[in-house]
Design a protein around this ligand. Structure first.
Ligand code: SAM
Ligand code: DTB
Ligand code: SF4
Length: 324
């Protein structure tokens, strides 16, 4: 006989204990995704997916040592360091993204933190993309409160800054900044009135308990991030974590489901890692509560599924792009 699985519409809470989150992760897979889907369906149209497009506006040569990242100057990954792109070139790309169906344009820079003069150009980009009628998102590294205010004044909608993993495992992955540095930037972004996009990575050799710790850190923030990207590690040769075992798709889907259950009003993004993920694993991730993706053939430096593969998948699953 099946034990009864309680189906509810989700409760918005910020006081999750690690134990409660560990218990969600440990549920039988079917019970977990059934519950997560129930919450998802109660709060969202389960057939709609929000679509963002990514552009690397400043690639490579990053002084940070994030062990997963092809853009760190600390590792030989074949990524060439470039300069900040011109505003016009960025806007040309944004127009193409809009034509491709994206409602949000995300610009990423391989910086530890932006210099104030770099921010002048980024603010122009934000203004230009907004004028095209798209939502804007940037990810530029650490921000001061004053820099966050400048981005808000330029009309920025979202700032992406990930916690990446648990507080305990963080030091194994990054030595050049602390978890608290990340939390401080998130506070500056939140205080400036910008929507927060914050999530992490699955598959870097962390334990289940680290995934629990990561979701716990996100779900106990004073306000849940409006957008929670769950990235499956893209194993890039030359990065320290590329030598581990390939990430486990079932564990990835569990992480999406627990994010959905603990942060019921947030958009959960099935983020990096779709290029090597089967259509079936993606379908499970959508069922478990993911409702946002990056579309277009490239993430920042690595491959993402071609548009026709995504279109075919949406068709097969009866899903559609969310209007802005
Ligand atoms: N430099 C900024 C920062 O670190 O916040 C912005 C860009 S950084 C590339 C944005 C996020 O991309 C990282 O926090 C990480 O979660 C994700 N990322 C980077 N490399 C990845 C990889 N190989 N696989 C999966 N996610 C990755
Ligand atoms: C996020 O959480 N994932 C995106 C976005 N935020 C900026 C980046 C994924 C990068 C994957 C590796 C690359 O293409 O360089
Ligand atoms: Fe730099 Fe961001 Fe990559 Fe870390 S994740 S090395 S900060 S670009």
């Amino acid at each position: 006989m099946n034990a009864p699985v309680s189906l509810d519409s989700g409760i918005l809470r910020h006081d999750w204990s690690r134990q409660e989150i560990a218990e969600l992760f440990a549920l039988p897979f079917s019970d977990l995704i059934y519950r997560a889907h129930g919450v998802h369906r109660a709060r969202f149209d389960a057939h709609e997916v929000q679509i963002s497009t990514l552009l690397s506006i400043k690639t490579g040569g990053c002084p940070e040592d994030c062990a997963y990242c092809p853009q760190s100057a600390a590792y030989e990954t074949g990524v060439k360091a470039g300069k900040l792109m011109d505003v016009d070139a960025v806007l040309k790309d944004a127009r193409a993204a809009k034509e491709g169906g994206a409602t949000r344009f995300c610009m990423g820079a391989a910086w530890r933190a932006p210099k104030d003069r770099d921010l002048d150009a980024v603010c122009e980009m934000v203004e230009g993309v907004r004028a095209l009628g798209m939502e804007t998102c940037v990810t530029l590294g650490m921000l001061t409160a004053a820099q966050a205010d400048r981005l808000k004044a330029a009309g920025l909608d979202y700032y992406n800054h990930n916690l990446d993993t648990s507080p305990e495992f963080y030091g194994e992955i990054i030595s050049t900044r602390t978890y608290q540095d990340r939390l401080d930037t998130l506070t500056h972004v939140r205080d400036a009135g910008i929507h927060v996009c914050c999530g992490g990575i699955v598959g870097m050799g962390e334990t289940r308990d680290d995934r629990v710790g990561m979701i716990h850190a996100l779900a106990t923030l004073p306000v849940h991030p409006e957008s929670v990207p769950i990235n499956m590690l893209v194993q890039v040769e030359g990065t320290p974590v590329s030598r581990g075992q390939a990430p486990d798709a079932i564990e990835f889907v569990r992480t999406i489901a627990v994010a959905r259950l603990t942060m019921p009003d947030s958009m959960v993004r099935l983020s990096a890692g779709r290029e090597t993920m089967s259509d079936e694993a993606q379908a499970l991730a959508f069922f478990a509560g993911a409702n946002s993706i990056f579309c277009g053939p490239k993430l920042l430096t690595t491959a993402n599924p071609a548009r026709d593969r995504d279109a075919a998948l949406f068709d097969r699953l009866g899903m559609r792009a969310m209007a802005q």
